[in-house]
Design a protein around this ligand. Sequence first.
Ligand code: HEC
Length: 169
Amino acid sequence: MGCRGALACLRVFRVKARQASMKEMAAAAKTIAGMFDGRQAYDAAAFKAVAETIRARTGPALIAEFPSATLGAPSGARLEIEQARAEFEALANHMGTLAEALAAKARQAPVGITSDMRMGSGPAMGGGSLLGKRPAAEADPAKLPAEHLLHLILQNCSSCHSKFRQKVR
Ligand code: HEC
């Protein structure tokens, strides 16, 4: 992608930077998924590092990567982001909350994967709660097992992409 003029070049630079940031998040999420499903050796320090990679790129940081002037082709960011800022920001912030909870768990991660890190081990999944069943997405993220948080994070990536990302290549 070439550019001519300071503003045009700044736009290209910002788009490339956020695409790189998204790719880093994707690689990090893939690493964590691999550790949980056994395709990749579990390592507490690596888990902590990649969870932090996701955390640092979500919430306000993610929102800041999409200023109005950088939306639309040739970027993969739809112009609709501008019309639906509240929804876009809610997705980014929800992602921030989930990634924060995952990073907090990763900071205390044990040397090996324990059963309480597994999907289905959290109180929200138990179904026997005195408060009745609540959808998992509404449960306190801090109480969810790490693997469950990862699944919610991946769902959030898809929710945002299906609405706000377009194919340009
Ligand atoms: C709040 C919205 C939002 C969230 C959340 C989000 N993305 Fe994205 N993502 C986008 C948009 C918009 C683009 C297009 C960016 C562009 O081309 O300028 C994109 C682009 C990408 C790309 C392509 C980058 C490239 O090289 O063109 C990848 C890979 C990606 N996202 C992965 C992820 C992963 C993995 C997650 C979750 C951990 C995630 N995204 C969460 C909005 C989001």
